[in-house]
Design a protein around this ligand. Structure first.
Ligand code: FPP
Length: 292
């Protein structure tokens, strides 16, 4: 594996999230029905999960079915995706156990058909003791609704606490309940509470959008977009995305390692730079600037 040898093992991402896109286009290019694109996409899932487990990636999260997909796609496509999910789980639990992969889900999964939920539960329990890659499928997932659910959880807890103490929510606020609300309070109320935030988001099929996926959690994630359609995506392409990620300079709002106080102080003062830029403007542009 050439690409694998180029990776720095100590800087592997802890969590990769993938927006799997392009199943329909893959099928359309071959004059096939859309559902065949999804079927081929499920094969890609299998390959990519296998690679993730081989490189000991701790968390892999796949956007398999959004709330919007559920509401806006034809019923026949939604029911095909549900069947495909069941088939995938039934057909892959043994392989997941062989590869030490643990199944997990995020999303309003309680709204999925009962028989799908049963298979999901079974797959999660059957792989629950595995300690390798945690594979999380985002199903009936929307990030804004996840945040709504988190706020509901926080408020419900607050009301329960007030009830327990025999006082009102207002009394609790008076006692400083709002001061204890921090970023971690929100993170801990999201579906992803027990997971680290993604370091890398991969999107296939060239679209440069986040599509309501893990909005809170990807605040500092690197984004890697490839034109490759999801059904053509393989483990090798995951490794290429990781290699690209390792070439990035992650700053989390800070400075790069080589930007020390010393070399920052050698920078020209901002007003000097501004004066130099102004000197280079045309007389008309200088007049406009002085009018502001
Ligand atoms: C986007 O392609 C993909 C989806 C809406 C569903 C993703 C589903 C799979 C990869 C297969 C099933 C998954 C599992 C876990 C078994 P699109 O239909 O939006 O493609 P298009 O934008 O080209 O139309």
């Amino acid at each position: 594996m050439g690409v694998y040898n180029q990776l720095a093992p100590e800087r592997l991402p802890q969590h990769i999230a993938i927006i799997m896109d392009g199943n329909g286009r893959w099928a359309g290019k071959r004059a096939l029905k859309r559902f065949l694109g999804h079927q081929q996409g499920a094969e890609s899932v299998q390959y990519v999960v296998e690679t993730a487990s081989r490189i000991d990636l701790p968390y892999l999260t796949l956007y398999a079915f959004s709330l919007e997909n559920n509401l806006r796609r034809p019923k026949s496509e939604v029911s095909f995706l549900m069947k495909l999910l069941k088939t995938y789980l039934v057909g892959n639990v043994k392989r997941m156990n062989d590869n030490n992969v643990r199944m997990n889900y995020i999303g309003r999964t309680q709204e999925l058909p009962a028989e799908v939920q049963e298979t999901m539960q079974w797959a999660m329990e059957s792989t629950g003791r595995n300690t390798g890659t945690t594979l999380t499928l985002a199903l009936n997932y929307g990030s804004r609704s996840e945040i709504v659910d988190a706020v509901r959880t926080i408020l419900t807890k607050l009301a329960a606490e007030a009830h327990g103490r025999g006082c009102s929510v207002e009394d609790l606020i008076g006692l400083g309940a709002l001061d204890t609300l921090e970023e971690a309070s929100i993170s801990d109320a999201l579906y992803t509470a027990k997971m680290p935030d993604p370091d890398l988001v991969v999107r296939t099929s060239g679209e440069q959008r986040i599509s309501n996926f893990l909005l809170w959690q990807i605040a500092y994630a690197e984004i890697f977009v490839t034109d490759r359609l999801w059904p053509d995506f393989r483990g090798l392409h995951l490794l290429e995305a990781i290699a690209a990620y390792q070439r990035r300079d992650r700053r989390f709002g800070g400075l790069t390692e080589n930007q020390t106080d010393e070399n920052l102080s050698s920078l020209e003062p901002a007003d000097q730079v501004a004066a130099e830029i102004e000197d280079q403007l045309t007389p008309e542009a200088q007049r406009q600037l002085s009018r502001r």
